[in-house]
Design a protein around this ligand. Structure first.
Ligand SMILES: [Zn+2]
Length: 358
């Protein structure tokens, strides 16, 4: 019991990040004090070039069992140098879901990256849902506000069914409200919510775009396809409520984008589930499913997190480059971020910053 208790409690220790020079750390509660002092509050990092331009917001960690999403945000946070406009990064959106695992999934509690200097960086593998210690019990039926759409009770702890949020709702709804307040008050032009999904799920290796973002998303999809990065483009359904790509677009001036990569450690067909599966995506059952033509991603024998992060980051950089073409006053320029080929070849660990010695 002592060992298990220690192991559970260790998940309450926040992951350490090393923001690139120029990023200033804020708390999300600065935009909505209804989450101040609660476990829903999370770090918001802003890098302002000081030069006119647009504001781009990148969010990872909506679902902490989708590790390439938060790692793509961490990579941008640790490498980006903004030379026009502003970049806002929230690497761990739902902190209340990072400190536990989903029951009966056998997921590891953490995964590691080796850095060129021999040191290691560790990040938590959490759950899709807000920890029940913060919201208990789940209702039988979750009624999404303000649409009135009925969902399974467990979805009341899913951040990506809580948007646009409620100022006096449960903590997950208040968190969603705070994120939208930040988007509105900071006049964000383009916002990303990063995800991963099972390789057997049709919306994977995909960009999901609101009507407002569709033109830009179509341009980016074509550019990525031309660069040999297959990408599916999906319109945000108008009748599925609570998701960022729908609610951010309907409730603010932002152009929202949701992106998905294929994560075998989350899938239903997987076999042995451990840290290696999280990092390499190598699984013989997925290899067989791919042979049978049952997957929605190109999969030969693996799907490494490096590749999944490279997809997210490369797509974001492509959006950033093209934003000025559809909204000239929102042009933004970012450098310092490694290319798709560099991340795939050298691995994500090569581009993470070593932890400061203290
Ligand atoms: Zn997700």
């Amino acid at each position: 019991m002592g060992w298990t208790g220690h192991s559970f409690l260790a998940m309450h220790e926040a992951d350490v990040v090393v923001p690139a020079p120029g990023f200033v750390e804020h708390r999300l509660s600065e935009w909505f004090d209804g989450i101040a002092g609660t476990p829903a509050d999370t770090a918001v990092y802003i890098q302002d070039s000081g030069l006119p331009g647009g504001t781009v917001f990148v969010m990872g960690g909506t679902h902490p069992n989708e590790p390439a999403a938060s790692m793509a945000a961490v990579l941008l946070l640790e490498r980006a140098h903004v030379t026009a406009g502003r970049l806002i990064v929230v690497p761990f959106a739902n902190m209340m879901a990072f400190n536990h695992n989903s029951p009966q999934e056998g997921h590891p509690q953490a995964f590691h990256f080796a850095l060129p200097d021999g040191s290691r960086r560790v990040f938590r593998y959490g759950s899709r849902a807000t920890n029940a210690i913060y919201q208990w019990p789940a209702p039988d039926i979750y009624i999404h506000e303000p649409s009135g759409q009925n969902l399974a009770g467990s979805e009341s702890s899913n951040l990506n069914r809580a948007h646009p949020g409620l100022p006096d709702g449960n903590l997950t709804q208040r968190l969603a409200y705070a994120l939208l307040e930040m988007i509105r008050k900071e006049k964000v032009d383009l916002a990303f919510d990063l995800h991963e999904a099972s390789p057997e799920y049709p919306v994977v290796n995909a960009i999901v775009a609101h009507e407002k973002s569709m033109e830009l998303a179509a341009m980016v999809t074509m550019e990525l396809e031309a660069a040999g990065i297959p990408m599916r483009l999906e319109p945000s359904p108008t009748n599925l409520r609570g998701l960022t790509h729908r609610e951010w677009g309907d409730n603010s001036d932002v152009m929202p984008i949701l992106m998905e990569t294929g994560n075998p450690s989350q899938g239903r067909l997987r076999g042995r589930t451990d840290e290696a599966l999280v990092l390499t995506g190598e699984d013989k059952f997925y290899a067989k499913a791919s042979e049978l033509g049952r997957l929605f991603i190109p999969y030969e024998r693996d799907q490494p997190i490096d590749l999944r992060v490279a997809r997210h980051v490369t797509a974001i950089m492509s959006f950033v480059e093209m934003l000025g073409m559809v909204k000239p006053e929102a042009e933004i320029a970012v450098d310092g971020v490694p290319s798709y080929g560099e991340i795939v070849e050298r691995g994500l660990g090569a581009f993470l910053a070593p932890l400061p010695r203290s």
